[in-house]
Design a protein around this ligand. Sequence first.
Ligand code: PGA
Length: 252
Amino acid sequence: MRKRLIAGNWKLNGNWSLCEQMLWALSGENGFVAQSNTELVICPPAVYLSRLSQMISASGGPSKLGGQDVSADIDGAHTGELSAAMLAECGVQYGIVGHSERRLRFSETDQQVAQKMLRLSEASITPIVCVGEALAQRDAGQALAVIEAQLQPIGEALLANRIAIDSIAIAYEPIWAIGTGRSATPEQAQEVHAHIRSVMEQIEDASGLRIIYGGSVNADNAATLLAMADIDGALIGGAALDPQQFSYIAGL
Ligand code: PGA
């Protein structure tokens, strides 16, 4: 059975106060009960990772830490970049790669996203690989084809490097649903998730692959999305900045 993965992507938001409030909301003191079949990941800006890792250990809480991005390079003269090994040293166990905000704003290609995934895998960090179509692509009936193209270098990199398919997670994040308040319907998301599983099935048995949904997930719509057969969790932006909402979704 696939373990549910609930990840909060803070993006360029948060501060020490939010770190403390989030840990408190996810502690037993608040009445929050961690589900044994759910993995909880917080992805704050990188400067908070190291100390947050110590705070999580000290609190004995269930949260794991995730990075929001990683360099495609191992080391060297790359000003401003963070390597997978550095993230691992800061206690990071998950890493987001290929978020549409990075693909669009920093022109990241599918090949670079696959490289970043490899860097994380080498450092024993579980990659969360984001894919998703723009609204115009969906309206043109191209959503599944766009996602297949994004997945192709991912599949090739997994095969070439003998990386087990269930050691990564894929996040389906339709661009039109991110930060817009307009989530995909559970049926729309399920259709794409099932397609992603069937595409990845061509590489190896994908029954253990976690495919999570992201795009305006909140306390009101999370349960119906998570009830779908191929939706194995959520990648949450805005609602992950609200400790009450995030802990509620994590406890579903
Ligand atoms: P959102 O962001 O929940 O604010 O739509 C999701 C994401 O970008 O991962």
